[in-house]
Ligand binder design. Structure first.
Ligand code: SF4
Length: 225
C-alpha cells in the first residue's frame, strides 16, 4: 500500500508549468522554508483534513492521459514527501513524462529519484551565500547549491527560475546569474515578484537593458517573465 501523499491541489491542464508540454500540476503540501514572498503559504504545512486523496488525483490524471503529456509535481516542496517516489512510478506507468518543481531543500531525496524525472524547474532564490535573507532558514543556501550540483551532474533537462524580490540588490542578482552560467546552467527564467495583492513588484534588473543583454548572451535560453 502506498504511503500517504499529502496533495494540496491540482491544476488539471496547464501549458506553462512544463516547457512545451501540456501538463497536469499536482501541488504537494509541506515546505521547510519560509520565503519572504511565498505565494503558497497554505502549502507550507501538512494538513490532513484538507489534503486530497492521491487515488482521486490519479483518476483525474488518467482521465486526461489522452490530452496531457506530463505531470508536474510542485508545492510547497514536493521532495519533502517520501511518497513522491511511488507517485512518480504510477505516473510513469501511464506513459507520461514527469516534471518536478523544487527549491532545492532536499538534495538527498532528489538524488534517490532523479533518474525517474524528465524535467526539473529549479528555483534559485539569490546568491547561495545570501539564501537565509529570502528563505529565513539557516543552511538553505548550501542545500540549494548541493541540489544544483546534483542536477548538473545528472544531465537531466532543467530550467532555473529566479524570482526577483526587491530585497536582492541589482549587483547580487547579476552576479548570481553570471555565476549560474559559469557553473553550467543553460536555461534561466527571471520572473517578477508579486505582492500579496498579486501586483508586480519592480526590480531594477528588468529595466537594465545592458545587464539583460549581457546575461542573455551567457545562456542558451534566457527568459524574462
Ligand atoms: S520554497 Fe517555495 S513553497 Fe517553500 S516557502 Fe519558499 S516560496 Fe514558499
Amino acid at each position: 500500500m502506498m504511503e500517504k501523499l499529502f496533495v494540496g491541489g491540482v491544476v488539471p491542464l496547464t501549458t506553462v508549468d512544463y516547457p512545451e508540454h501540456l501538463a497536469t500540476v499536482v501541488f504537494l503540501q509541506g515546505c521547510p522554508w519560509r520565503c519572504v514572498y511565498c505565494h503558497n503559504p497554505l502549502l507550507q504545512k501538512f494538513d490532513e483534513s484538507s489534503a486530497l486523496h492521491w487515488d482521486d488525483v490519479l483518476k483525474v490524471i488518467k482521465e486526461r492521459s489522452g490530452f496531457i503529456e506530463a505531470v508536474v509535481f510542485s508545492g510547497g516542496e514536493p521532495l519533502v514527501q517520501s511518497a513522491l517516489s511511488q507517485a512518480i512510478d504510477e505516473v510513469r506507468q501511464l506513459d507520461l513524462k514527469v516534471g518536478v518543481h523544487t527549491s532545492g531543500s532536499f538534495p538527498q531525496a532528489l538524488s534517490k529519484i532523479i533518474s525517474k524525472i524528465d524535467w526539473i524547474g529549479f528555483d534559485v532564490k539569490t546568491a547561495f551565500a545570501d539564501y537565509e535573507s529570502i528563505t529565513r532558514v539557516a543552511g538553505s543556501g548550501a542545500k540549494a547549491k548541493e541540489t544544483l550540483d546534483l542536477i548538473l551532474a545528472s544531465g537531466v533537462d532543467f530550467e532555473v527560475r529566479m524570482t526577483m524580490d526587491k530585497s536582492i540588490p541589482l549587483s547580487v542578482a547579476v552576479e548570481t546569474l553570471k555565476n549560474l552560467a559559469e557553473l553550467g546552467v543553460k536555461k534561466v527564467a527571471i520572473q517578477k515578484c508579486r505582492d500579496k495583492n498579486e501586483k508586480e513588484v519592480e526590480h531594477p534588473l528588468f529595466s537594465d537593458k545592458i545587464a539583460l543583454d549581457d546575461l542573455a548572451e551567457r545562456f542558451e535560453k534566457f527568459i524574462v517573465r
